[in-house]
Design a binder for this molecule. Structure first.
Ligand code: ADP
Ligand code: MG
Length: 251
């Protein structure tokens, strides 16, 4: 099924005022014993931007993403999220505070969708809303809207095992958007997909995230995936060695 057939021009939610820096990492370092994973990274990401983080295996991509996302705390340096007119010091929050931030202000798409196998597609997508206190009926309705927009009408009651790899990733894309987060992180979201499905998943992820004024920070090995982003950052031995903006961010 072609995802583009049911996808309208704009996603079902929008972020107001897409301007300025939304996320800034400054002086980030992280070591694991003798291994330097991050050796002082500065990265400011603009609202509405899609940024591909590239680099060879072990160059620090996942560590950077996890520091920006509040999954890990850096050894030194800071991460600021500018949201709702204020700055949140992500690195300085407690584990519980970071978990709350990840649930409410960030979306995540991983290489494997990490969907809960016993829940339907709609229930998987509704879950972040319900964890945030939205009632089941309303959460389900919003989940179904996102799934339909992503070309999964008629599949909302299927469990992940009854969906193809590409369809599962679109469920994961929907789940990452449903709370309307300013930033979505994706670590190798197309890493397990063939090239046609990879392209379709990227289209869905970009349209859903930047299409509603959100920001995408994506780790990939795939040059064709990176080429679809506004900006490509390359890491080597835990440092940014290349940073090129190739596309216009919509204003
Ligand atoms: P990438 O995502 O670019 O492959 P990572 O950020 O996963 O790189 O890892 C960067 C470096 O840090 C690698 O040398 C990796 O082996 C090391 N590393 C990452 N996580 C851990 C960990 N939890 N314990 C020990 N070493 C780690
Ligand atoms: Mg990695």
């Amino acid at each position: 099924m072609d995802a583009t057939t049911t996808r309208g021009a704009t996603p079902p939610q929008q972020i107001a005022d897409p301007a300025g820096t939304v996320l800034a990492g400054h002086g980030l370092t992280k070591t694991y014993g003798p291994t330097v994973a991050l050796a002082g990274v500065d990265l400011a990401v603009r609202r509405g931007e899609s940024v591909a983080v590239m680099g060879t295996s072990g160059s620090g991509k996942t560590t950077l993403l996890h520091c920006l996302a509040g999954i890990l705390t850096p050894d030194s340096g800071s991460v600021a999220l500018y949201d709702d007119g204020g700055a949140v010091a992500v690195h300085a929050r407690s584990a519980g505070g970071r978990a709350e931030l990840r649930r409410s202000r960030y979306g995540f798409v991983f290489q494997q969708g990490l969907l809960l196998p016993e829940l339907t597609a709609a229930e998987n997508v509704a879950l972040p809303l319900m964890l945030g206190g939205v009632d089941r009926r309303e959460a389900q309705a919003q989940a179904v809207r996102w799934l339909e927009w992503l070309g999964l009408a008629g599949m909302t009651d299927r469990r992940p095992s009854q969906l193809s790899g590409g369809q599962q990733q679109r469920v994961a894309v929907a789940r990452a958007q449903v709370v309307g987060p300013p930033v979505v992180f994706a670590d190798e979201p197309t890493g397990a997909l063939d090239s046609a499905t990879s392209e379709e998943t990227m289209s869905a992820l970009l349209a859903a995230t930047t299409g509603r004024g959100g920001t995408l920070v994506l780790v990939t090995h795939d040059e064709s995936v990176a080429a679809r982003c506004h900006r490509v950052v390359r890491l080597h031995d835990g440092q940014i060695v290349h940073d090129a903006t190739t596309g216009e961010v919509a204003r």
